[in-house]
Design a protein around this ligand. Structure first.
Ligand SMILES: Cc1cc2nc3c(=O)[nH]c(=O)nc-3n(C[C@H](O)[C@H](O)[C@H](O)COP(=O)(O)OP(=O)(O)OC[C@H]3O[C@@H](n4cnc5c(N)ncnc54)[C@H](O)[C@@H]3O)c2cc1C
Length: 471
């Protein structure tokens, strides 16, 4: 049959290299057609603005790589596939698995329906270990990272080695939408400016990885804590969208064993392990985004204060390191991990606002917004998760700033209002004498805010509120 072909369904695996489903199809079938479906019918969490923008540019790149042969649809995959099967000779459909609860449910039903018509195969394309493979001896899920990673993951078979192939994609004549037809970009939105900080597509993911392996990995264990150093990979958006596989990162880092101290490689791999842990938690605790994993927190007396929330979102809290982190997010669609922890702690502990507010803001603004890592990390920060920062760990934004941005370069980059303030007052501008403020022409309360809360009082209030839960 001349018009016979097999279908690969792209989801969060927007790459051609080390793509398990594509590799499988290419061994069996001469003709492969690729499809992307923007499914807003089944999903219970719509993509945030930053994610939609990343997706838009990723699809443009991918379609270009496929000589404009990417089929693009919007709607319910069940109807779209059944229609494609009716109109064409499709021998087999395959995809790489996703793990968000709504996708797991959808895909289970879809597989059952499609198997009445064609062969269907699914693969692991985005995790090092499947969530159902890493369980405790009593077959229950791990709740604490260290045993999960050390006993659960590292004693298992090592992750699959990456494989890459060349594919020739079938030049089909099937009509579908264009990338622009998906209307992923908000007109005149903030995202269109922010995206200029990034180059999007598989080859740029590889470039990002190679830069990191060359410049960052060598001092990863220490340097990864300092937001102004180039020791983290900033690969998370590519990893989230599958423009690079975790397997490639894992083995490319391992290859540097001769040149890089083992501790740096091990810590980098264990950070990939945190990602695995959060996917594992999401798989076994599918309410992770909406419900406290520790239910005693359901009784916690969170406060409600729109002004505080807005000041936090816009980077106008009066605490320079917090404001720098929040503005890095707003300007670049990314925030360094250290800052995610400090700004998160400030929101839930000093402002006593529910972690859902932070989770939602990050979901909308991060290019790496990830259902598992974002929800689980917010639960970690709030202390509501299974393996979480204890309630009494409240990051002090003044000492954190001094420790992790000792030269103040990061603060000055994102809070330029403070660029002329003497270093002594950079972390506490409200302590700067008025003569100096007028000399540098900085009006506190006008050019830069006074702190919205007192750090000592808000800490004491949080400790009191959290201590109720001990009873
Ligand atoms: C409140 C909060 C929200 C977060 N939301 C997200 C999110 O939506 N998406 C997301 O990918 N990560 C999230 N993280 C985890 C972490 O901050 C980012 O993965 C990391 O900053 C990405 O930067 P990088 O690629 O330069 O990391 P690198 O240090 O270069 O690490 C490489 C990769 O390992 C994984 N990784 C590293 N640290 C962590 C971690 N602590 N937890 C889970 N995975 C990790 C990431 O996939 C990362 O890309 C969040 C953390 C916090 C505290």
């Amino acid at each position: 049959m001349t018009n016979e072909f097999s279908l690969h369904w792209f989801r969060q695996d927007l790459r051609l290299s080390d793509n398990s489903s594509l590799n499988y199809l290419s061994q069996k079938h001469k003709r492969i057609v690729c499809v992307f479906i923007y499914d807003q019918v089944n999903c219970n969490r719509k993509l945030g603005s930053a994610s939609k923008t990343w997706l838009h540019y990723s699809l443009l790149y991918l379609n270009n790589k496929l000589n404009n042969n990417l089929l693009i649809f919007k709607g319910d995959p069940e109807f779209i596939f059944l229609d494609l099967i009716k109109q064409n000779k499709i021998t087999e459909i395959s995809w790489n698995r996703c793990y968000e609860p709504w996708r797991v449910e959808r895909d289970k039903l879809l597989k059952k329906t499609l198997r009445k018509h064609v062969e269907v195969k699914t693969f692991n394309g985005s995790l090092l270990w499947e969530p159902w493979e890493v369980l405790k001896a009593d077959s229950t899920p791990y709740k604490i990272f260290t045993p999960f990673y050390q006993k659960g993951c590292l004693t298992k078979k090592p992750p699959r080695k990456p494989i890459s192939n060349n594919f020739s994609f079938f030049d089909h004549k099937i009509k579908s939408l264009s990338v622009t037809g998906l209307k992923l970009l908000d007109k005149l939105g903030w995202e269109n400016k922010v995206i200029n900080h990034w180059e999007i597509g598989e080859s740029f993911a590889e470039k990002q990885m190679n830069n990191f392996l060359k410049e960052g990995l060598g001092d990863y264990s220490h340097g990864r804590n300092f937001p102004n150093k180039l020791n983290v990979s900033r690969i998370s958006p590519y990893l989230h969208w599958g423009q690079i596989s975790p397997n490639t990162l894992w083995y490319e880092a391992e290859k540097l064993q001769q040149d890089v101290e083992t501790i740096n490689i091990d810590i980098f791999k264990s950070e990939l392990g945190w990602r695995e842990f959060f996917y594992n938690l999401m798989f076994h605790f599918p309410n992770i985004q909406s419900k406290n994993l520790q239910i005693k927190f359901d009784k916690f007396p969170w406060e409600s204060n729109d002004e505080f929330l807005k000041s936090w979102q816009k980077g106008l809290t009066g605490y320079p390191i917090i404001d720098a982190g929040m503005r890095e997010l707003w300007k670049t669609g990314y925030m360094h991990n250290r800052l995610r922890m400090i700004t998160g702690s400030f929101l839930v502990k000093n402002l006593l606002l529910h972690w859902h507010h932070g989770e939602k803001w990050f979901w909308d603004c991060l290019f790496d917004a990830d259902y598992a890592s974002n929800s689980a990390s917010w639960q970690w920060v709030a202390g509501t998760g299974t393996d979480a920062a204890p309630y009494f760990r409240i990051f002090n934004p003044i000492t954190q700033g001094k420790k992790f941005d000792p030269e103040g370069e990061y603060i000055k980059k994102y809070v330029p209002e403070l660029k002329n303030i003497p270093h002594k007052y950079l972390y506490t501008p409200w302590e700067c004498p008025s003569e100096i403020l007028s000399e540098i022409n900085l009006k506190l309360g006008v050019d830069y805010p006074f702190p919205i809360v007192d750090i000592k009082l808000s800490r004491a209030k949080a400790l009191k509120a959290f201590s109720i839960l001990k009873k």
